[in-house]
Design a protein around this ligand. Sequence first.
Ligand SMILES: C[S@@+](CC[C@H](N)C(=O)[O-])C[C@H]1O[C@@H](n2cnc3c(N)ncnc32)[C@H](O)[C@@H]1O
Length: 201
Amino acid sequence: MAFTYFFRDRATLDAIKDYAIPELKKNRHINVWDAGCAMGPEPYSLAIMFKENLGYYEFKRFKIYATDLDEESNQFGEIIAKGIYPEESLKRIPREIFKKYFEPNNKPGHFKIADEIMQSVSFQKHDLRSLQPIRDNFGLIVCKNVLLHLQESERIDVIKMFHKCLAEGGFLATEQTQKMPARTAYLFRQVNQKVQLFQKK
Ligand SMILES: C[S@@+](CC[C@H](N)C(=O)[O-])C[C@H]1O[C@@H](n2cnc3c(N)ncnc32)[C@H](O)[C@@H]1O
C-alpha cells in the first residue's frame, strides 16, 4: 500500500491556497491533475481546500483528475470511488473540516467523505513514464512523493510534459524534498522559497 494520508504537507496546501487559488478562480474552468494520487487522501484534501476557498459557482467549475499506476487490480480506483477511510489516515485533518466533510460509516473506525467532495474528483489509471498527458490546460498539477521513484532523465521528461499541459500561468507542486532539476528550472518561477510550488513561465 502506498504511504499517504489526509492533509499531508500543510505548508504546500497553504501555499496553493494563498498563491494558486486566487489566480485560478479567475479562470472559466479550474482543472487540477493529481499525478500519483495513491488511495485518494491527497486529491480529496485538495478538493476540500478548494471547496473551502471557492465560491458556490466557482466550485462547480472545479475538477480534479487523479491518476496513479494502480498496479493492484484497480484497488486505488475502488478505494477512491467509495470514499471510505480509516480514522488513522484522517488524524491530521483540522477538527472543523473533519466535522464538516466526514460522517461515520457502518464499518467500525471508518468515515465516509461528503458526496460534493467525491463528485469533484475522478480517477483514472495512468503511468507517468508514458509521457502522455491525460489532457491539457491544467491550472494546477500536484505530483508529490512520486518523482523520487523515477530516474533523473525520466523526471526531467515528466516535468517537461507537465509544463506542456499546464495552462498559461498554471502551477506545479512537488514535495518539499524534490528540488526542481536545473534542466527544467528555466521553465518555471518558484512562487515561494519555502515550498516547491512553481508557476509556468
Ligand atoms: C508515496 S505515494 C504518494 C501519494 C501522494 N502523492 C502523497 O504524496 O501522499 C507514491 C505514488 O506514486 C505512484 N507512482 C509511482 N510511479 C508512478 C508512475 N510512473 N506513474 C504514476 N504513478 C506512479 C505510486 O503508485 C504511489 O501511489
